[in-house]
Each structure stands twice: as structure tokens, then as C-alpha cells.
Design a protein around this ligand. Structure first.
Ligand code: GLU
Length: 469
């Protein structure tokens, strides 16, 4: 079977947005699934709108998503010689011609058509003139005047276009620069692309591109036009619905694997399975199951899926993702073993990496500040005796593990005839400063003996201070 070759060709006129990321993902997954090739191409022929900052932002987002490419990045701006050569080919084999119609006349024609609600169309004035190159002349593609062009589409089925609707579009402007549809086809043909998955906002370009393939004697790729991603009001996803930039989701604490899982599910299904690891996606993704209807972007679902991925990811693999969030909170270079233990106490209770970083803060504190309400409610003189017992029981422990901790707590509960609940909350406030946290045994185990005892001694001093004052 022929090797599958897909591509992602972003225009660097802004950051990589959610819809673009999904297109990239579909092409990447399909290539990986088929053990084919995925090519990155930067469509920067629009020099006015293309910027290096956007190119960098796109690379950064792809890197975060874990989308790697086998060839490229190619830059269209560096391929003008090739495009010129192909313009020459079209002119040579009679599929294109020079046109010297003055722009003012074309503009008048365009306006007149629009005024009566028609489609602006070139009237073919220069089609048979046999003009050669010259100042101010564009090159137009000679479209068939009759018949139809059929776009076979793996998602939408066949779409039929009337050739009469497709005019003799410009392939090279008067300054010699090639136009969009033309360079896309030259690139796709010369790069051997045989599968084009892209947003269905490109459907109207495709018949023109198909005519170009035919004129160049090239085979058509398989086309798959994916429905747009919608917002919750079922209009096309835009800034109004929330962040559009992919890296904004990184900064909000989403895991790349969760994000790709969610994005893929926005237009593809595998039975009713929702959770997929990256390797499962590669194993199962196929274009046959890309849906015909548009997916609705739901940040809540994305967040729920993120929580599932945080839970399912081994703590050591979460470390590199969590570290930047800790660094933002002035925790730099934490001990990896300590951090692994911390993550184990938080990974079932964190929806995002921000939750996790916030939840981890108390572990790193030198001294705990007690939440005012918690202090008032739980750090009362009555809890001093059990806390003192607990401290001495813990000091005695030889092994700092769950069994040891249970023994120390049991002894304390028995000595004071108290239920665990009565001791647990004051201990929690002593260790974390607040009333919501992972289980106290887990915390004590991860904090280790020195820090735990230190925090308990401090709380005892704090309560004593109160009764004296
Ligand atoms: N450069 C185009 C875009 O960013 C993609 C064109 C294509 O997929 O053919 O929308």
C-alpha cells in the first residue's frame, strides 16, 4: 500500500488556535497510525500578515502538544523559484494565459456583479488573446467553461461544483508572486501529499485546486474536510467563547495528553470511549470515523478529562508539567522524590496543574500560617493534651510509614478516649494551615519526620501562647 503522507500547513498570522490544533492532530495521528509521514509547512506567502513571532508561537504550541514532524518545516516564502517554474508549466501546456485587463475595469465588473447579488467572475476577455509577459500582466488559470468538477471527500461524500461558477482565477499576480490556491497545490503535489485533512472552511478552494491538479497531470489526494469547532451557542468557536490559543490551555494547567484527547474527540469517535492515552489515539485513529457534524467545545468537559489524565499519569511523568507552575510559586528545583510523594497525595484531587501546584504549596513552607477561621475553630486549648501525646508517640516511631503512623494515632486516641475525627482536624491545620487537604496520614508520610514533628511542636506552642494570652 502507498505510504500515507499528510501535512499541516498553518499560515503564521497569529498563534496556533484550537481549530488549527485539531487539524494538525488529525493529520499527525493519521500519519502515525498508518506509519506514514507528517509534513509541516509554513504558509507565509502573505508577507504583510506573516510574522516570525507567529511562526515561533506555532512551533511552541506544536511542541507542547507533542506533535512532531518528519519533514519540514518548509517555508513557502523560500519556494518562489519552484512556483515560478510551475507557472511556466501551466503557460506552456495551455492551462494558463497572461491577462492585461486594467484593475479598474475588473473592479467595476466585480461591483456590478455584487450589486445584483451575483458572484464576481472574470469575463474571459484575455483568454484567447495569446498575450505574452509584460508589465502589469497577471497569469490566469484557464478553467473549463462547462461541465462539473467533483470533489470526493472522505467525510462529506462527493460534492459537485459547476465549472461555469469557477472563473479564470489568477495564479500569478502582476509582480510575479503566486496566489494561494496555486502554491498549495504545487506544494502538495511536489511533497507527495496524498491525504489532505483540513477545516471545511476550505471547501470552496478545493474545486479550483482540483482543476490545478488535473492541469498539472497529478493524482488527487484523498480530501477530508472537517466541520468547524463550535462554541456552546453553536456558532463558530471564537474569542467570545474563551481562550483560543493552544498555549493558553497549557498556561491554565491542562496536560497536553488531555488536551489532545479532548480535541480529537471533538470530531472523531471510537464507540463511546472518552478517555484515550496518546498511544491509544495513534492505535485507533482513522479518518473513517471523523464525524460529519460539528463538535461543540466545552471547557468543563475538557477540565473533567484533564482530571482523569492527571489521575492516570504516573507521578514522575507529571513532574516536568508541574514544575513550571511550582516555579511560578517560587518553588524551584524541588527534590524529585519529595515531589513524587506530593503528587501522589494530590493527583486524585486536582483538576488542573494549577490546582495541584496550589495544593502542593503547604509542603514547601518553612512555617505554616494558620487560616484564621480554622485557627479559631480547631486550635483550642482542649486539643493540647492529645497533640502533645501524638507528638511524643510520633517521636518514638522507628519506621515512618502508614502502619507506624496508625499505631501512634491509635495510642493517642486511646489515651484521651477520642475519635480520630477530633484529632484529625487540628493536626490538619497544624500541618497545612487549613481544613482542606489530602488525608493526614498521607501528608505526614510525605512530609517526613522532621517537618511533621516541627509543625506539630509549632502548633502546640501556638495554642499555648493563646491560653497564656
Ligand atoms: N494555510 C491554510 C490555513 O492556515 C491551510 C490550507 C490547507 O490546509 O490547505 O488555513
Amino acid at each position: 500500500m502507498e505510504e500515507i503522507i499528510t501535512r499541516f500547513p498553518p499560515s503564521p498570522t497569529g498563534y496556533l488556535h484550537v481549530g488549527g490544533a485539531r487539524t494538525a492532530l488529525f493529520n499527525w495521528l493519521y500519519a502515525r497510525h498508518k506509519k506514514g509521514k507528517f509534513i509541516l509547512r509554513i504558509e507565509d506567502t502573505d508577507v504583510k500578515r506573516s510574522t516570525q513571532a507567529s511562526v515561533d508561537a506555532i512551533f511552541e504550541a506544536l511542541e507542547w502538544l507533542g506533535i512532531d514532524w518528519d519533514e519540514g518545516p518548509y517555508f513557502q516564502s523560500q519556494r518562489f523559484d519552484l512556483y515560478r517554474e510551475y507557472i511556466g508549466k501551466l503557460l506552456e501546456n495551455g492551462h494558463a494565459y497572461y491577462c492585461d485587463c486594467p484593475p479598474e475595469r475588473l473592479e467595476r465588473m466585480r461591483k456590478a456583479a455584487m450589486d445584483v447579488g451575483g458572484k464576481p467572475k472574470y469575463d474571459g476577455t484575455c483568454r484567447e488573446k495569446g498575450l505574452g509577459p509584460g508589465e502589469g500582466r497577471v497569469v490566469r488559470f484557464k478553467s473549463p467553461l462547462t461541465g462539473t468538477t467533483v470533489m470526493p471527500d472522505v467525510i462529506k461524500g462527493n460534492i459537485v461544483f459547476q465549472n461555469a461558477e469557477l472563473d479564470d482565477f489568477v495564479v500569478a499576480r502582476s509582480d510575479g508572486t503566486p496566489t494561494y490556491n496555486f502554491v498549495v497545490v504545487v506544494d502538495d503535489v511536489t511533497m507527495g501529499i496524498n491525504t489532505v485533512i483540513r477545516g471545511d472552511d476550505h471547501v470552496n478552494n478545493t474545486p479550483r485546486q482540483i482543476l490545478l491538479y488535473k492541469a498539472l497531470g497529478a493524482d488527487l489526494p484523498a480530501f477530508g474536510h472537517v466541520p468547524m469547532v463550535l462554541g456552546n451557542d453553536r456558532t463558530r468557536l471564537s474569542k467570545r467563547h474563551g481562550a483560543m490559543s493552544v498555549t493558553a490551555y497549557r498556561d491554565m494547567g491542562f496536560l497536553p495528553d488531555a488536551f489532545i484527547n479532548y480535541m480529537v474527540r471533538l470530531g472523531w469517535s471510537h464507540g463511546d470511549q472518552e478517555f484515550f492515552t496518546r498511544s491509544e489515539l495513534i492505535e485507533k485513529f482513522d479518518i473513517d470515523h471523523i464525524g460529519k457534524s460539528a463538535g461543540v467545545f466545552d471547557p468543563e468537559k475538557l477540565t473533567a478529562l484533564n482530571a482523569d489524565h492527571i489521575k492516570a499519569t504516573p507521578p514522575e511523568s507529571l513532574i516536568p508539567h508541574l514544575k513550571p507552575f511550582l516555579a511560578e510559586r517560587s518553588i524551584v528545583d524541588p527534590d524529585p522524590e519529595f515531589l513524587k510523594g506530593i503528587i501522589r497525595t494530590l493527583n486524585t484531587r486536582s483538576k488542573t496543574l494549577i490546582d495541584m501546584a496550589d495544593g502542593a504549596l503547604f509542603y514547601f513552607k518553612d512555617s505554616i500560617e494558620y487560616d484564621e477561621k480554622a485557627d479559631k475553630k480547631f486550635l483550642k486549648p482542649a486539643v493540647l493534651p492529645p497533640l502533645e501525646t501524638l507528638l511524643s508517640e510520633l517521636e518514638k516511631l522507628k519506621t515512618w510509614d502508614e502502619t507506624g503512623l496508625e499505631t501512634a494515632f491509635k495510642a493517642t486516641m486511646e489515651a484521651h478516649d477520642l475519635k480520630l475525627g477530633k484529632i484529625a482536624q487540628p493536626v490538619r491545620v497544624a500541618l497545612t494551615g487549613g481544613t482542606v487537604s489530602p488525608g493526614i496520614f498521607e501528608i505526614i508520610e510525605v512530609l517526613g519526620k522532621d517537618k511533621s514533628l516541627d509543625r506539630l511542636s509549632r502548633v502546640i506552642g501556638h495554642i499555648q501562647g493563646k491560653s497564656e494570652g
